[in-house]
Design a protein around this ligand. Structure first.
Ligand code: ADP
Ligand code: 5GP
Length: 207
């Protein structure tokens, strides 16, 4: 049987800041080398531990606006007072090469990607409670008290929209949350749309 090439899966992962999505995404990327990350552009300042060109591409506001004008982004949004945008061509190139792409983007971004590119696999990572979210944001030790207050206030509206996502994963125990996210990823990879020619190639072995 000639192996047929699988198309890349786009998996959009959304959560309020501090819910643990970067932690979960890093684990998925480490376990599955076939998956890559959609490296967004942002105008926010790098945090300690942020790897430029790996976690984000850090841009000035002027450069970000110039890229909007050039149509560089599949979607962009202002989140917590900074600009963030998904780099369209990079994502399309990865998918065309059969790589899965994980997106770490906010609620507006998830909606826009669905509308602009038709990406329908969306996962919302829920924190167990506001109190735990505050503990994690504070414990991460990378944001000022003002930034944390703003993120916590905005998180209420984000959490309230979790119901329209395809999947919800509660990140209470990290290992349990990872098992659930991993299960979603593996299940979505088996969608027939991502396996063009597979059925025909197996049927062909009867001939
Ligand atoms: P996000 O990417 O959603 O902003 P992070 O992945 O940076 O969130 O996680 C925020 C903080 O919470 C980090 O310090 C991380 O180690 C911690 N964290 C993540 N998941 C859990 C969990 N299940 N239990 C306790 N702490 C967690
Ligand atoms: P952080 O500053 O904590 O890395 O991210 C803040 C928020 O911006 C998170 O909710 C994250 O998912 C979101 N975000 C990151 N990149 C993008 C992007 O390209 N587009 C949109 N719409 N949101 C993004």
């Amino acid at each position: 049987m000639k192996p047929s090439k699988r198309l890349g899966l786009a998996l959009v992962i959304t959560a309020p800041s501090g819910a643990g999505k970067s932690t979960l995404i890093k684990r998925l990327l480490a376990e599955f080398p076939q998956a890559g990350f959609s490296i967004s552009c942002t105008t926010r300042a790098p945090r300690p531990g942020d790897r430029p060109g790996v976690d984000y591409e850090f841009l000035s506001v002027e450069e970000f606006k110039a890229r909007i004008a050039k149509g560089h982004f599949a979607e962009w949004a202002e989140v917590y007072g900074n600009y963030y945008g998904t780099q369209k061509q990079a994502v399309l190139d990865m998918l065309a090469a059969g790589r899965d792409v994980l997106f770490d983007i906010d609620v507006q971004g998830a909606k826009a990607l669905k509308e602009n590119l038709g990406f329908g696999n969306t996962v919302f990572i829920l924190p167990p409670s506001r109190q735990e979210l505050e503990r994690r944001l504070t414990g991460r030790g990378s944001d000022s008290p003002e930034t944390i207050a703003r993120r916590l206030a905005d998180a209420r509206n984000e959490v309230a929209q979790a119901g329209w996502f395809n999947h919800i994963v509660v990140n209470d125990n990290l290992d349990t949350a990872y098992d659930e996210l991993r299960a979603v990823y593996l299940a979505q990879r088996s969608h027939p749309d991502l396996h063009p020619g597979l059925v025909e190639s197996v049927v062909g072995t009867w001939e």
